[in-house]
Write a protein that binds this ligand. Structure first.
Ligand code: SAH
Length: 543
């Protein structure tokens, strides 16, 4: 175990999912913020556990050629971005490498390279901002949380946002300070202003301002509206009522104070209406490239029915409608489904249908009613597909599955589960929609017996499936890789078998006994690792 506060010399070799540098000292993984792979550093250990530690650079002995001066003055404090200390080339390399490593380690692939669509610009690309509001010396201000805290860091000009976004933030804060509008305090649950949410259509320039408040109304709303009207593109002001404690930003009730309550934008040549609750990719240019890649991979013909699960306002569904016979979208947020239906109408698309519900349950229901799509697109949130969705995909047995993902680890887990159900990974493409931030998008194509007749496909899928693998769930190496990716912890096969047993799961013969003859001396899985393993078992749908 490394010693807290001691200084060690080491070389950074890799990155965590959050973009921190990783080094290995005495067999222990050390996570080092702001470190770049290849750098030789002296680190002070700030937290030491058995298998991992957290360190801080105290001296940079050998600098990476990719290290740059931070352009953002608050980059070190603000938790919004992760990569202002490195050039964009290294950022893209590490993102593509992360996707490749996940698909290989968790997904069981052997990819030598995953290409990445790099963004043409790292500035002003982000069309949505959510600024938490705070109070300092009786002055209200808004900014972004410092990493891992709810301390709000002020930044007069955020480089990844359009100028109009910061102009809205300033207008709201000027109004708040002039009329002494109270600011929400997380500790007491008192005060009105919580968040300023701004969304701007990249093509339309229309701006939606949504104020999240701990109350039912806004004092002097007219004074705010007249300030906002001075900002080019301001279209609508909506109040989101959130009187609950907790981290959820938006409340359930929305009150439109000015304008139509939504904005419009153009994407992939189609027109979209966007309500505050609806998801819409924040990087317009890169989203178009990602969707084009998804559409190319889908290989749709006019004879095809396409099912788009997790469809949001129908962006991908409607972009595919022209090439397909029929498209069906499923989405859980009612407002987004209303937007999607309206979007089909406003684009004159008649072969699209939308359903509101959980993707997995809706897909199972559609399958029961005889819907057998030829192509399924899935674009789930970070947690990936749930067991119902995997089961529905298995039953529907589409020729192709196009998986758009915002988390390479859960993508890789799901790829592995779909491979157990007869699919093969055909292509993988990463796309950078979040320059300077650690998130990365990926689109992969999975396909299965590309034969036209559905009957033949069903027979093929049943006969060719290895049912034993299906029942056992993830393999030990997959569980280990998943735990390492998500927590940085290394877990032994023995520990996995102990947790599997506790959960009432079958364990292979070899794992029933520890290597040591005397089982009393066998180490037992510490709680921290047990939790991590349980989480992996849950992710793999085994418990
Ligand atoms: N494909 C869309 C949206 C992708 S984001 C686009 O690119 O614009 C993921 C979407 O899944 C969000 O709209 C979210 O509301 C929705 N979602 C989250 N959980 C869901 C579930 N269990 N079932 C269906 N949709 C869900």
């Amino acid at each position: 175990m490394l010693i807290k506060n001691q200084i060690y010399e080491t070389t950074v070799t890799d990155y965590t999912a959050e973009g921190q540098g990783v080094a290995h000292i005495e067999g222990c993984a050390v996570f080092i913020p702001n470190a770049i792979a290849g750098e030789r550093v002296r680190v002070r250990i700030e937290k030491a556990q058995k298998t991992w530690a957290a360190g801080k650079i105290v001296e940079l002995l050998e600098k990476s050629p990719h290290r740059v001066n931070r352009e953002c003055p608050v980059a070190k404090l603000c938790g919004g971005c992760d990569f202002w200390h490195m050039d964009y080339e290294e950022e893209c390399r590490l993102k593509a490498e992360r996707v490749r490593a996940c698909l290989n380690r968790i997904g069981g692939e052997a990819l030598e390279e995953v290409p990445i669509l790099a963004a043409p610009s790292c500035y002003g690309y982000r069309n949505k901002a959510q600024y938490p509001v705070s109070m300092k010396k009786s002055r209200a201000y808004a900014g972004f949380y410092r990493a891992g805290t709810h301390d709000v860091v002020e930044n007069p000009r955020c480089l990844i946002l359009p100028e109009e976004s910061d102009a809205v933030k300033n207008a709201v804060m000027d109004y708040g300070n002039q009329y002494r509008v109270s600011v929400y305090d997380e500790a007491t649950g008192k005060g009105l202003l919580r968040h300023i949410y701004v969304r701007r259509g990249a093509v339309s320039g229309q701006i939606l301002v949504c104020l999240v408040v701990n109350g039912q109304s806004l004092p002097k709303a007219d004074a705010l509206i007249s300030r906002l009207k001075a900002i080019p593109g301001f279209t609508t002001l909506v109040l989101s009522v959130n009187t609950k404690k907790g981290n959820a930003v938006l409340g359930d009730k929305f009150v439109t104070l000015y304008g139509p309550g939504y904005i419009e934008d153009t994407l992939c040549g189609l027109h979209f209406r966007l309500s505050p609750r609806s998801f819409y990719q924040v990087n317009h240019h890169q989203a178009e490239r990602l969707y084009r890649a998804a559409i190319d991979q889908a290989g749709i013909t006019k004879a095809d029915t396409v099912l788009d699960l997790y469809c949001g306002v129908g962006t991908i569904t409607l972009a595919m409608a022209g090439a397909a016979g029929k498209v069906i979208g499923v989405e859980v947020i009612p407002q987004a489904v209303e937007d999607a239906k309206d979007n089909a109408r406003r684009n004159g698309i008649e072969n699209a249908e939308f359903f509101c519900g959980d993707a997995g349950q809706a897909a199972l229901e559609l399958e029961k009613n005889g819907v057998h799509p030829d192509v399924v697109v899935v674009d789930p949130p970070r947690k990936g597909l749930n067991a119902d969705t995997i089961e529905a995909l298995h039953r529907m047995s589409p020729r192709r599955i196009v998986y758009v993902s915002c988390d390479p680890a859960t993508l890789a887990r799901d790829v592995s589960l779909l491979k157990q159900r007869g699919y093969e990974l055909k292509t993988a493409q990463a796309a950078d929609l979040f320059p300077r931030c650690a998130h990365v998008e990926t689109v992969v194509l999975l396909s299965k017996g590309e034969i036209d007749s559905k009957n033949i496909r069903v027979e093929f899928s049943l006969e060719d499936m290895d049912m034993s693998e299906f029942q056992d769930g993830a393999t030990y190496p997959q569980i280990k890789a998943y735990v390492l990716e998500h927590t940085g912890l290394k877990v032994s096969s023995l520990y996995i078998s102990q947790v599997k047993k506790k959960c009432g799961l079958e364990v292979g013969k070899n794992y029933n006994l520890p290597k040591s003859e005397d089982s009393r001396q066998a180490p037992t899985c510490p709680p921290e690792k047990e939790n991590a393993i349980r989480e992996a078992l849950q992710y793999f749908g085994m418990i």
